[in-house]
Write a protein that binds this ligand. Structure first.
Ligand code: ABU
Length: 373
């Protein structure tokens, strides 16, 4: 089955071309993220208080779902096909030969797990135990797309053991000076022994894929992506943001908005020797304004930073959806010529992301452009 224009139903090469079909996450069945070697969730500003475990309260889930459903309505009102994850019981504990975990997490952030690279769907290895099976709520969609057109390929990246040896537990207790000392070595909570990556550490720029080395993506993960994608005509560029001591997912740090324009995080500059790739190819880097919420004003159980403010969803090279209270960002984008649509989304924050995280694009217009010739 192809589209009217002959392209495959799964077809997306960058983060900004006109969006035609997208998956929006769901908070149904969501649980609190458990403490594990790859994650030390904390109650905001009260690190000594025990972090809750098990299912999130129904009212917390209902409020997030209301905002996710509203996003889906806005997208549909723009003619975009919206798909949703299947129900999944995240309260089930997991036991594998290598680890056990008391519950799983949620299907709010498909972007963390799934990525469309051209006509290929890739399921990431993931980096945390509670997210090991997080691809499952999307499998019905993957099968449907894969069956629909032989041009669509589907790759499951190698699953790491997530055994204790895969993690560097002492990472969580390093004092700031130790982090600073190690910042150029990019040593985080995952070691380099197994292939590890979350899909949300990648940005797509046509033939070029930018991958952040982070707490959730290691150098072996980037090597795997290079060896998988480069023979298929892509170029994979590792990037680093050395002032981010807890990096996880690039979409609150480096956000391409249209050809030639990237929204950047003023607290997390790109490593100096990596800037040239962009500036020498005429890309303008524009700093995002200070978020409306400070870190301490973020929701109590939210593990993400205030920079969820810049986790926007582009639905075309001229239209961006932003969280409704981020007025300074709306003004910046409007001044740069964008149409800004807004939706309330703060009740989704404690589920790990904002608008970009909570979506996975299946189809956008456009082709494999060479934007870094
Ligand atoms: N999942 C996106 C969170 C990134 C950040 O906290 O900056």
């Amino acid at each position: 089955m192809a589209n009217g224009d002959g392209t495959a139903v799964v077809n997306s090469w960058n983060e900004w071309d006109t969006l035609r079909e997208v998956v929006v996450g769901s908070a149904d069945g969501a649980c609190y993220e458990p403490t594990e070697p790859g994650n030390r969730p904390q109650v905001r500003d009260r690190p000594d208080e025990p972090f809750p475990t098990g299912p999130k309260p129904p009212e917390v889930i209902a409020k997030a779902n209301e905002e996710l459903d509203r996003l889906a309505e806005v997208l549909e009102s723009r003619g975009i096909v919206v798909r949703r994850p299947a129900p999944y019981d995240f309260s089930q504990p997991l036991r594998t030969p290598h680890f056990g975990v008391e519950n799983q997490y949620c299907a709010v952030c498909p972007r963390d797990v799934m990525i469309t690279v051209g006509n290929e769907i890739i399921e990431a290895t993931m980096s945390r135990r509670a997210r090991y099976f997080e691809y499952e709520p999307y499998r019905h969609l993957v099968y449907e797309y894969w069956e629909s057109d032989p041009r669509i390929s589907w790759t499951v990246a190698p699953k790491p053991t997530m055994a204790s040896a895969m993690y560097r537990e002492e990472f969580w207790t390093w004092p700031l000076e130790e982090r600073h000392r190690r910042m150029h070595q990019s040593e985080f909570c995952v070691t380099q022994d197994e292939v590890v990556f979350d899909a949300a550490d990648m940005n797509r720029f046509g033939r070029d894929i930018v991958v952040q080395e982070s707490m959730t993506t290691n150098r072996a993960g980037i090597r795997w992506l290079k060896r998988h994608l480069e023979p298929r005509g892509f170029r994979v560029h590792p990037v680093h943001f050395p002032l981010d001591y807890f990096p996880s997912h690039i979409d609150c740090t480096f956000v391409p908005l249209r050809t030639g324009l990237i929204l950047t995080n003023p607290d997390r500059p790109l490593r100096e020797d990596e800037v040239a790739l962009f500036t020498e190819n005429d890309w303008k880097l524009v700093e995002a304004p200070e978020p409306v919420l400070s870190n301490s004003e973020m929701p109590t159980h939210c593990q993400s930073s205030k920079w969820l403010s810049m986790n926007v969803l582009s639905i075309s090279p001229t239209t961006v959806i932003c969280e409704e209270q981020e007025a300074p960002l709306h003004d910046l984008l409007t001044d740069m010529g964008f149409e800004v649509l807004t939706v309330p989304f703060r009740n989704v924050f404690e589920f790990g992301g904002s608008l970009h995280c909570a979506t996975w694009d299946i189809r956008r217009d456009g082709t494999a452009e060479d934007l870094f010739p």
